[in-house]
Each structure stands twice: as structure tokens, then as C-alpha cells.
Design a protein around this ligand. Structure first.
Ligand code: URA
Length: 209
């Protein structure tokens, strides 16, 4: 599929299988999500531009590579996005964070927006939007519309699992935003859940129902 990168790293795939297993406990699910998100973050950021700055090592001076440009923004789509956020912040602790509250109305499957808080200066930063499940794609599309309305221009979207329906919908809504996922599953069921999927990511993370 165009516009989407599948992160097929063996550790990602192994951890994802344990997360999918319905016998996996809430504590293990949360820990695995944190671990897997560091690996996904590593892949999503692998082509970031570098510049150099002069430093002194104990042996002498050198021009050493550092990330170019303003600090990254990680934008979490609440609430399940926070599970990906934590591992990403382990890897890029200086990143800025946006929170976007969007939930899916269970009847209509349409996004309902209730919260938005993001750093200033979005136009000059790479914004990586995170949500574990790209199901219909409606929430991610709405969240990215809000980010664009506040100036974001350089955006990537990262999820754990994507459904073909969501990928098509997202690519139509935001053809300029590259998507990254650990796996593309078969389909959505009649309730909008990804099959085979892993169930409700937020519920599995937080032990709710
Ligand atoms: N959100 C989830 O948490 N799981 C799905 O399967 C679809 C949307």
C-alpha cells in the first residue's frame, strides 16, 4: 500500500504478538506498548536531518552530529495515544508534547473532539502524531486537521495496527502525511474494531471495559 511504512523489525513483531494475545495482562500490555514504542520511534525518526556542533571530547575538539532544527512534537490522540507517547519520550526526552482529545462515538464511529493543547510554533517543527489503532481513520484525520489549522506542516502518523479501510481513508484525507505501522490487519468488523487486532487498546492499557 502506498504512503505507509510497515516496521517489520523482528522485536516489534514478537512484542506485538504478545500484545495481541488476549491472555496478556494489563501490566504486561502496558510495558510492551512502552517497549515497542521506543522501537517504532527509532524507525520513524531514522531519516531526521543532522547538523553539527563543536564539542570538546577528553581527547580534543570535534564537530559532532546533533539533530537539526526545533524540538520534535509528539502529538498523542487521547487516550490510547499516551501508551505510545511514553516510550517515545524515553527515546527523545526533549520532545514537546501535544494532547488531542478525540473519541469515537460508538454508534456513528465519527470522531468527537473535546480537547486540544499543543506547543507554539507548530509550523517550524516535525509533528509525529501517535495513536495505536488506525481503524476507520476518522479520529486521526480529525486530529491532524486540528494540527494543520494551527500551522503544522510537517507531520507523520505512527500507529501500532492499521486496517486497510483506515489507511485508504487517511491517505485520502491527508495525502501529504506519511503513515508508519507495525502491521496491517485484515479488516474492520461491524463495530469498527480491527480484526484480528488486539481489542480496545485503551481498555487493555488501563484495565477498563
Ligand atoms: N480502537 C481500538 O482500540 N481497537 C480497535 O480495534 C479499533 C479502534
Amino acid at each position: 500500500m502506498d504512503g505507509i511504512t510497515v516496521i517489520a523489525h523482528p522485536l516489534v513483531q514478537h512484542k506485538l504478538t504478545i500484545m495481541r494475545d488476549k491472555e496478556t495482562s494489563t501490566a504486561s500490555f502496558r510495558r510492551l506498548l512502552r517497549e515497542i514504542s521506543t522501537l517504532l520511534c527509532y524507525e520513524v525518526t531514522r531519516d531526521l536531518d543532522l547538523t553539527t556542533r563543536p564539542i570538546e571530547t577528553p581527547m580534543g575538539p570535534m564537530e559532532a552530529p546533533v539533530l537539526e532544527g526545533k524540538k520534535l512534537v509528539f502529538a498523542s490522540i487521547l487516550r490510547a495515544g499516551n501508551g505510545l507517547l511514553e516510550g517515545m519520550l524515553d527515546l527523545v526526552p526533549a520532545a514537546r508534547v501535544a494532547h488531542i482529545g478525540v473519541y469515537r462515538d460508538h454508534e456513528t464511529l465519527q470522531p468527537v473532539e473535546y480537547y486540544f493543547k499543543a506547543p507554539e510554533d507548530l509550523e517550524n517543527r516535525l509533528v509525529i502524531v501517535v495513536d495505536p489503532m488506525l481503524a476507520t481513520g476518522n479520529s486521526a484525520i480529525a486530529a491532524i486537521q486540528q494540527l494543520k489549522a494551527r500551522g503544522a506542516r510537517n507531520i507523520r502518523f505512527l500507529c501500532l495496527l492499521a486496517a486497510p479501510e483506515g489507511i485508504r481513508n487517511f491517505a485520502e484525507g491527508h495525502p501529504d502525511v506519511p503513515m508508519f505501522t507495525a502491521a496491517i490487519d485484515s479488516k474492520l468488523n461491524e463495530k469498527g474494531y480491527i480484526v484480528p487486532g488486539l481489542g480496545d487498546a485503551g481498555d487493555r492499557m488501563y484495565g477498563t471495559k
